[in-house]
Design a protein around this ligand. Structure first.
Ligand code: BTN
Length: 278
């Protein structure tokens, strides 16, 4: 195990002790600052470093989200508030599931269930609280021989900024939510301890059994279910870029979003699309 920073504040050793028996060569690393934990694990994988790694950053300078978007911590650290405002980490590990469909949804289910019963999921894998975004997940992979190194990046808003002037915040498509609204005083370190072991267990379960064991949990957490939604930029069977609207009816056994439209049932399977409630 290597702990580069704040070993007393981060429960790196406790996490390592419970996860190492499941993942040989597992490492926990906490960095004070990095461009992006996903980017760093991708750089390492491309240079042949593919040991299972939990990489935590106290600050990201170029955090990335889905669909080429940016990911920002929403609060600045100040002398009065020196704590880490968001938990940002990536778990990288070699995987070879028989079917990859639904991995990002299974990760969302795991994180939501570890955090709080009031948290829902917005397809494919945003965590929402009362129509606001609490956390996001970015999964990327890199081919390593017959296997793939999978990088599961998670960003969770923990502490609400004291002064919330809209102009001071990055422009957000969905208003933010913060875990301390549900669990006052919880720290990023406590959240990491809470989510990391169940996340590894879920990923190993997914590798063995695929998405099916997660489907009903996803559907019970689905915040879009039975709501009118619009879907932008999905490719139809002729590979034309389309937009559509309809009623979201949950996900099927592959994690595809089912939408009842005026032209029949559409299944949306690409995470490259944007789905919004109307
Ligand atoms: C999204 O909501 O679009 C996904 C956000 C994912 C953010 C996390 S923070 C840790 C990891 N490193 C990154 O650069 N992104 C992910």
């Amino acid at each position: 195990m290597s702990v580069a920073f704040s070993p007393n504040a981060w429960p790196a050793e406790a996490i390592w002790e419970v996860i190492a028996p499941l993942l040989p060569d597992f490492t926990v690393e906490v960095l004070p600052e990095i461009d992006s934990t996903n980017t760093e694990l991708m750089r390492r994988a491309k240079s042949g470093l593919v040991a299972p790694t939990l990489l935590v950053a106290e600050k990201q300078t170029a955090g990335r989200g889905r669909l080429g978007r940016e990911w920002h911590d929403l609060a600045e650290r100040t002398e009065e508030l020196p704590t880490i405002p968001a938990l940002t980490f990536s778990l990288g590990l070699l995987l070879s599931p028989t079917d990859w469909s639904g991995l990002s949804l299974a990760v969302g289910v795991s994180i939501a269930q570890s955090l709080h019963a009031s948290i829902g999921l917005k397809w494919p894998n945003d965590l929402w609280l009362q129509n606001r975004k609490l956390a996001g997940i970015l999964i990327e992979t890199c081919a390593v021989g017959q296997l793939r190194y999978v990088i599961i990046g998670v960003g969770i808003n923990i502490i609400q900024p004291k002064i919330q002037q809209p102009s001071a915040l990055p422009s957000l498509r969905t208003p933010p939510a913060f875990l301390q609204e549900l669990t006052p005083k919880i720290s990023s370190a406590e959240v990491l301890l809470r989510v990391s072991m169940p996340l590894v267990q879920s990923v190993l379960r997914f590798t063995e059994l695929g998405f099916v064991p997660f489907q009903s949990s996803f559907n019970s957490l689905d915040v879009l279910r039975n709501r009118q939604v619009c879907v932008d930029n999905y490719l139809d069977e002729n590979k034309n870029t389309m937009s559509t609207a309809g009623v979201a009816l949950g996900v099927n056994t592959k994690g595809e979003l089912m939408i009842q439209t005026a032209h029949g049932m559409q299944t949306i399977n690409s995470s490259e699309v944007s789905v919004k409630p109307l």
